[in-house]
Design a protein around this ligand. Structure first.
Ligand SMILES: Nc1ncnc2c1ncn2[C@@H]1O[C@H](COP(=O)(O)OP(=O)(O)OP(=O)(O)O)[C@@H](O)[C@H]1O
Ligand SMILES: [Mg+2]
Length: 266
């Protein structure tokens, strides 16, 4: 999957972009959520997506993973049109994507080991001992060595997120998507998760996409920030540029002192 080096950047083709979202429209329950949304996610960077609650960030991630299909428009991942893939090809492509879902979404009846091993057992021909080693490696990367036998109910919120992270990286994906990785955690645990996201990015070289409301988190992990509102991307660029952007959302997130308190609820 990973022929990263400088290729031409044809529309939708692999090129420098890991993901290309092109004029995607999606309505859900009669609500027009994505309204011709287009943007690119370059390889090897960490792109942060920020936007108000309910604006369609999780819906956008689900389109990238292929869990939702657009009403119109296209989503390309590593040069493949996700919107046109059949089940088998989509399942193949998904094995290269790690996802940390909002709320971690662990299987409560399975142990940490079984949760992390789940995709390996489904998709890799590995022996029990190879799986055990891969799980131990992934848990070590998220600083959760020796938690294999625990059940999700025995874990703190921060630990659950980290097990979710271990599960997302165990397949050694080339793209990893985090949906609100720090929401609901105390600031210190949240900071720990941010450090881990940055560390994983540096150590594994994974193209990363982080959805967050958390300004500190966005500036800490992001090499690019995309602001989304009203079903489109309103600004995308390096953090320093986006922080200075004139769009209202940039002011609400990064310069709240400029915005009247009543309109400050992003
Ligand atoms: N499966 C679904 N069926 C119907 N409506 C949905 C579905 N999924 C999302 N929606 C609606 O689409 C809109 C966008 O939802 P989404 O979960 O993407 O928001 P979000 O930006 O991730 O918000 P948050 O920051 O609170 O997580 C919301 O109005 C939501 O109610
Ligand atoms: Mg969401």
């Amino acid at each position: 999957m990973m022929d990263v080096e400088h290729q031409s950047d044809d529309a939708g083709a692999a090129g420098t972009h890991m993901v290309r979202v092109e004029s995607v429209h999606k309505s859900l329950a009669q609500k027009h959520v994505l309204r011709g949304l287009s943007f690119d996610i370059p390889r090897g960077e960490t792109t942060v997506i920020m936007g108000p609650s309910g604006c369609g960030k999780s819906v956008l991630l689900k389109h990238i993973i292929g869990l939702m299909r657009p009403d119109s428009g296209h989503v390309w991942v590593d040069g493949k049109d996700v919107t046109a893939l059949k089940t088998a090809a989509l399942s193949e492509l998904r094995q290269h994507m790690g996802v940390l879902f909002q709320g971690a979404a662990l299987f409560d009846s399975l142990t940490v080991e079984e949760n992390v091993a789940f995709m390996l057992r489904q998709h890799r021909r590995m022996s029990q001992s190879e799986i055990r080693d891969a799980v131990a490696d992934a848990l070590e990367l998220v600083h959760l060595a020796d938690t294999q036998a625990l059940k999700p109910a025995e874990l703190s919120g921060g630990m659950r997120k980290r097990v979710g992270l271990a599960r997302a990286i165990v397949m050694r994906p080339s793209l990893i998507l985090y949906d609100e990785p720090t929401t609901g955690l105390d600031p210190i645990t949240g900071r720990g998760i941010n450090i881990m996201i940055r560390d994983l990015h540096e150590r594994l070289g994974i193209t990363s996409v982080v959805v967050t409301h958390d300004v500190e988190s966005a500036l800490f992990v992001g090499s690019l920030i995309a602001l989304t509102e009203g079903g489109v991307i309103v600004h995308q660029g390096p953090p320093d540029e986006v922080r200075q952007s004139d769009v209202g959302l940039a002011r609400r997130f990064f310069r709240p002192e400029e915005v009247p308190a009543t309109a400050n609820g992003a």
